[in-house]
Design a binder for this molecule. Structure first.
Ligand code: B12
Ligand code: SF4
Ligand code: SF4
Length: 372
């Protein structure tokens, strides 16, 4: 007869999880020390999440009678390559990773709950993955698995189920290589395994105010940045996955035509983008109904930063995406400037009078027409 761990591993395979490992409920000391050391990097926008992260890094604070932590990984590299034309691009995890891992973490939760165990999703992930034997932290600051590189989205759950812990991963997969540090366009990776989030393109793309000096580093990214991962030799020549469900609606997809974004109305954004993402990320009908309301989106963002103090009650993409058409358009303008395609000028000019987008439209126009 199979024991619980064997049953769990078999079920994980059945539902399409690529990795699963178990660790203990010990706090993640390395993480807590790093967070302490680099608090100033997180004060500006993530201040409200620091307390949540500290709790998540202490599994017994998440669930006091927990016995184990289960870490799951979903490999999300797909075949898709960038089509020609004036398009933006998304970090791969945005479209394929977040949804793939979240759905399966919920299935694992139901599997354990049916057996009478308590389960909480949303604990710390990277160091958990290392301790559960799934990989090591590469110099690009992401977990690197021997078979799937860093193209893996992780989720971890804390549970009262007693499961035998796996051996931590101890190899260093990077050796003398430093290609990711060299490739990072903003030097956000200022030391191996140390990232200043304020300089990370993935962070700036969701921030309202960004300094002009960083615009060229955005390239044509709209959400996320994969530059450090694409530079990594371990991430190359991996077999891509087929049949991965995408999160982003067809209108946007992995490579949205920039004109679509520049012309998008608030009504279309809420109807065709947010509503689609909401339905896929959350299975609660009532919450979905509320999330499609702009007023509720604002309240939720406030609640996240006050009462919930950054606890991951909702996946981050879901929250980032809500109500931010202006940010998408800003990123599309910067991408347009970086691509330098004159055919976009007619769609850029009307945005020059917008109180927020005006300076970005002006920048894009100057870049395209070479008017310094
Ligand atoms: C907030 C966040 C961000 C922020 C801030 C990033 C950050 N590193 O803090 C921003 C928006 C910038 C971001 C960007 C990205 N993110 Co992010 N992010 C998160 C989130 C929600 C929390 C991370 C966190 O706790 N940060 C706090 C600080 C203190 O932690 P840290 O920098 O990770 O610090 C670690 C290292 O310093 C490390 N460390 C470990 N060993 C050693 C050894 C030495 C010697 C040293 C010095 C340090 C060190 O200690 C810390 C703990 O492990 C996690 C999900 C989660 N809940 O865990 C996803 C997560 C880390 N992100 C993820 C991804 C994929 C990305 C992006 C690639 C997305 C994209 N395409 O744009 C980029 C990559 C940037 C990069 N190179 O790291 C994945 C990583 C998967 C993986 N294979 O590792 C996660 C786990 C989400 C997921 N669903 O899987 N992210
Ligand atoms: S995601 Fe982009 S900006 Fe951030 S560390 Fe990697 S290469 Fe640098
Ligand atoms: S690029 Fe090189 S240094 Fe960076 S994570 Fe990959 S193997 Fe490690």
């Amino acid at each position: 007869m199979r024991n619980l761990k064997e049953e769990l591993i078999a079920y994980a395979k059945e539902i399409g999880l690529d990795l699963i490992g178990i660790t203990t409920t010990e706090p993640y000391h390395r993480f807590l020390d790093e967070l302490d050391l680099r608090k100033k990097h997180y004060q500006e926008r993530f201040a409200y999440r620091i307390e949540g992260w500290q709790n998540m890094a202490q599994p017994l604070k998440v669930l006091p009678d927990a016995k184990s932590v289960i870490v799951m990984g979903f490999y999300y590299l797909t075949e898709e390559s960038e089509p020609a034309g004036c398009r933006g691009k998304m970090g791969r995890i945005v479209n394929y990773g977040h949804l793939g891992i979240l759905k399966r973490a919920r299935l694992i939760r139901s599997f354990l709950r049916k057996k009478g165990f308590k389960v909480v999703i949303g604990a710390h992930r990277k160091e958990a993955a290392v301790r559960a034997g799934l990989g090591s932290i590469g110099k690009h600051n992401l977990v690197m698995n021997k078979k799937y590189g860093s193209w893996v989205a992780y989720q971890s759950i804390v549970t009262t189920a007693e499961l035998e812990a796996d051996k931590p991963f101890t190899d260093d997969l990077c050796g003398d290589c430093d290609l990711c540090l060299k490739a990072c366009p903003t030097s956000a990776l200022y030391e191996p395994r140390r990232l200043d989030p304020r300089k990370c393109v993935a962070y700036m793309l969701t921030s309202r105010d960004v300094q002009e000096e960083y615009f060229p580093a955005f390239d044509n990214y709209i959400l996320g940045c994969d530059v450090c991962q694409e530079a990594c030799p371990i991430n190359k020549n991996l077999k891509p996955k087929s049949d991965v469900e995408s999160l982003l609606p067809d209108l946007m997809g992995m490579y949205p035509p920039l004109v679509n974004l520049l012309r998008m109305s608030e009504e279309s954004f809420q109807r065709d983008v947010i509503a689609g993402i909401t339905d896929k990320m959350s299975s609660h009908r009532f919450l979905n109904f509320l999330m499609k309301n702009k007023f509720f989106q604002k309240i939720l963002q406030k609640l996240m930063s006050t009462i919930f103090k950054g606890k991951e009650i909702l996946p981050e993409t879901f929250v980032h995406a809500s109500g931010n058409l202006e940010i998408y358009k800003r990123n599309a303008l910067v991408a347009a400037g970086n691509l330098g395609d004159k055919s976009l000028l007619n769609d850029i000019q009307p945005l020059k009078s917008d109180s927020y987008l005006g300076i970005y439209a002006d920048w894009a126009e100057r870049r395209i027409t070479n008017d310094k």
